[in-house]
Ligand binder design. Structure first.
Ligand code: NAP
Length: 253
């Protein structure tokens, strides 16, 4: 339960080594988030992230195993997390893969890996989490979508399609939960300098994990349903959405 000042006290992160997620939780820990659970695949990196969050102010950080593509395990994992913790104020869905467009558009198995992690896994774990939040009667689910899902580009359409599916699903879920006390926030960052984009040329309006974290924390506090990061991308993408196809097709960034 949030404390008397409305501060988030307990946080669950799926994709617990994500740089954007960890920057967000670090800010929440500085603002009295006491209990954090980091769920992911890489135990060594999760443990090191947990130690870092404790230095930032979290009083307890647990690490649990989570594989996004092990769909059959999701319901049980969510049940176990809630029976251990009882409730979470904020759940961050931060797992995702960028894929390799050139390979993915020619190899169905590779394309499906991107769709499975970014879209199907989010649905698979998002539904049981939504049910738990609804039962506790409060809480926020923050989902990392992308501007890439706003209109799928020639240069990045496999990833874009996966994020378009995720984005549409969680917008609908947000609407279905109005009146239950549960808030779903769909976050649409542009290019963010993290491990995911390392070595790639930065796109216009490129930002950092720390700035996206500020936008997420502000969006949750304001009760936003959609967070663009940086905010300028909202009008920019509105224009991009309406560009004629022959022009849009040539956009590389
Ligand atoms: N960076 C950007 O430019 C950008 C822009 C828009 C949206 N986003 C989205 O923001 C989210 C976080 O990205 P980030 O920039 O923070 O990148 P990141 O640091 O590379 O984080 C990606 C996370 O996804 C996890 N993951 C990938 N496949 C998984 C699987 N099968 N099972 C469990 N976890 C898995 C990774 O875990 P491991 O440590 O085990 O690999 C890692 O924790 C992603 O959804 C991404 O699509 C990023």
């Amino acid at each position: 339960m949030k404390d008397a000042f409305g501060a988030v006290q307990s946080v669950l992160v799926l994709g617990g080594t994500s740089e954007i997620a960890l920057a967000t939780v670090r800010k929440l820990s500085q603002r009295r988030a006491h209990t954090v659970v980091l769920a992911g695949r890489d135990t060594a990196r999760l443990s090191s992230a947990a130690a870092d969050l404790q230095r930032a102010g979290a009083s307890r950080v647990d690490v649990v195993g989570f594989d996004a593509t092990d769909f059959a395990s999701h319901q049980q994992l969510v049940d176990e997390l809630w029976s251990r913790q009882h409730e979470f104020d904020l759940v961050l869905l931060a797992f995702g893969v960028l894929g390799e467009q050139e390979r993915d558009e020619q190899d169905a198995a590779s394309a499906l890996e991107v769709i499975d992690v970014n879209f199907r896994a989010a649905v698979s774990v998002g539904i049981p989490i939504a049910q738990k939040l609804k039962a506790q009667g409060h809480g926020s689910m923050v989902v990392l979508s992308s501007v890439a899902g706003e209109r799928a580009r020639r240069a990045n359409f496999v990833y874009g399609a996966s994020k378009a599916g995720l984005d549409a699903f969680f917008q609908g879920l947000a609407d279905s939960l109005v009146g239950t006390g549960v808030q779903v926030v769909v976050v649409r960052p542009g290019f963010v300098h993290t491990r995911m984009t390392a070595g790639r040329p930065a796109a216009p309006f490129a930002t950092t994990a720390d700035k996206v974290a500020d936008d997420i924390v502000r969006g949750v506090a304001r009760g936003s349903t959609t967070v663009w990061s940086p905010g300028i991308l909202r009008p920019v993408m509105s224009a991009v959405r309406h560009l004629p196809r022959p022009i849009f097709r040539k956009m590389r960034a």
